[in-house]
Write a protein that binds this ligand. Structure first.
Ligand code: FE2
Ligand code: FE2
Ligand code: FE2
Length: 165
């Protein structure tokens, strides 16, 4: 791997994080009564997404949809089989209950993400069925076609789920 490939990966990671950090800051600015600051954070977040996607494209990491689904399955699988179990153990050792909870929830949800990606991969080359997904705003659980009565992972009411069309 060349130094520039390393740098592109680092820049992609940094810009991706800046995007999410700015969206979190925008929400806080709105709560604090600074809607114009919130707008600036959201606008800059959109700019960082442009940078992140450009770096990823140069890295050559956006491939065919089947390959991208396979990559997504690999990432989700790594998270729920290796990364989060290790992180949970360490958080337990350090008695960080909030970290245990956020890792634990994410781990449960990554299993569902992997499953949905696998189903999508299995459907490649077949007639494509179209339906919406519903996202739990608390834990990130996804439900196909309709919102559940309550989130099976964190029990948030389905009425609060966000539809992704
Ligand atoms: Fe940037
Ligand atoms: Fe995931
Ligand atoms: Fe949830």
């Amino acid at each position: 791997m060349t130094k520039t490939t390393d740098n592109l990966k680092a820049a992609f990671a940094g810009e991706s994080q800046a995007n999410r950090r700015y969206l979190a800051f925008a929400k806080k600015a709105d709560e604090d009564g600074y809607p114009q600051v919130a707008r600036l954070f959201r606008a800059a977040a959109a700019g960082e997404t442009v940078h992140a996607l450009a770096h990823l494209r140069v890295l050559g990491e956006v491939k065919s949809t089947a390959e991208n689904l396979q990559a997504a399955i690999g990432g989700e699988n790594y998270e729920h089989t290796t990364m989060y179990p290790d992180f949970i153990k360490e958080a337990e050792t350090e008695s960080n209950k909030q970290a245990v909870q956020t890792f634990d929830r994410a781990m449960d949800v990554e299993i569902i993400h992997e499953k949905l990606y696998q189903e999508a991969l299995d459907s490649i080359g077949k007639k494509q069925e179209e339906f919406d997904y519903y996202v739990c705003p608390v834990c990130g659980y996804l439900h196909a076609r309709s919102a559940p009565e309550r989130c099976p992972v964190c029990h948030t009411p389905g009425a609060r789920f966000e539809k992704v069309s």
